[in-house]
Design a protein around this ligand. Sequence first.
Ligand SMILES: Cc1ncc(COP(=O)(O)O)c(C=O)c1O
Length: 396
Amino acid sequence: MAYNFTTISKRYGKGSFKWQEMANYGVRPEEDIIPFSVADMELETAPEIKEALKKEIDDYVLGYANPTASYREACCAWQEKRHHWAAKPEWICPSHGVVDAFFTAVKAYTQPGDGVMLMTPVYYPMYHAVLDTGRKLVDCPLVEQGDSYAIDFADFERKAKDLHTKMLILCSPHNPAGRVWTREELQKISEICLANGVLVVSDEIHDDLIMPGYEHTVYASLSQEAEQNCLVLTAPSKTFNLAGLQTSNIFIPNASLRARYMEYLKETNPNPKCNILGYLACETAYRHCEDWLDQCLQVIDANRKLVIGFMKQKFPQIKVKRLEGTYLLWMDWRGLGIDYKELERINCQEARLFFDEGYIFGKQGEGFERWNLACPTRYIQEALERMEKAYRKYVK
Ligand SMILES: Cc1ncc(COP(=O)(O)O)c(C=O)c1O
């Protein structure tokens, strides 16, 4: 079946965080283009998910819920099918979100003053999970290498060896750098972390959004030792655009780490509630929507190619980083010679384009823009036309 990736119903004024944020910046949502910022999709929900939710509302009682055995099996079957990882149903600790989960992990497994490693620039709530909880940020900057990024392993190892360093929050695939870490890179990370007693919290929320030619490796699938020294944070939220249903799955293979996580949750939130519709949507997606995802990935890939081709031809000063995974294109605009705050102003006020500004991902992000490609292709075409018009007077 061919799915619809060309139309979307109106989101502004209906509580969409992304659209509201754009309005708060003074870009008029009623007249303007789709925001290309926050990582949710401007695409219709898969029809199978909509149908299942409608049916559930007709047939069922929306009372308190727990994940069923069938739900847990569906999550594991998905990991096996898409990522060749044999997870066990009992490893899953349900959570309202991956951000909640990495905050919980930091608080459950480390003490104030302990060091937590981040590979920067990185998804900005990770900084908050470290700094707002009184932990020490152990910054492991990624190294720019042509149109991509690499890990400086000598630096990484030196920092892991510091006795205060207790945890790595790994972003895999990496947002915003667009890297899908290779098995070899992950293997090196795991050897260093195991040798130095560093627990790995692997945020794999973008695991299914992989561009042609790349393959995602689940951190826990590296070896039995790695499996016993990690948490794998997953969700259907990015893959199937279900973030508003607040349902994610935290895989913790090590029984004592899992017990500690659950105990910490009990102490801090003694009666956590789960979202019955979120479970249903997630299970339906994993069981019935693989085709939808594969077609969606083709749209993202086409959008990626369109932007790359345009930049090469019209703005060769803008260097687009290689997109291996996620639908978030990371672009270096420094070659235009325009201050990063001025870029933000031109984009919002003149081009009427709304990206996520690179600086929110850390100092290395200044002068970068992150472009969310998960939208109908005609929005990208429109955006490129606007960009060309707005920048004509700034770029000779
Ligand atoms: C790397 C990463 N982790 C987590 C999240 C958000 O997770 P959740 O909505 O489940 O809290 C995002 C959203 O953009 C993300 O990019």
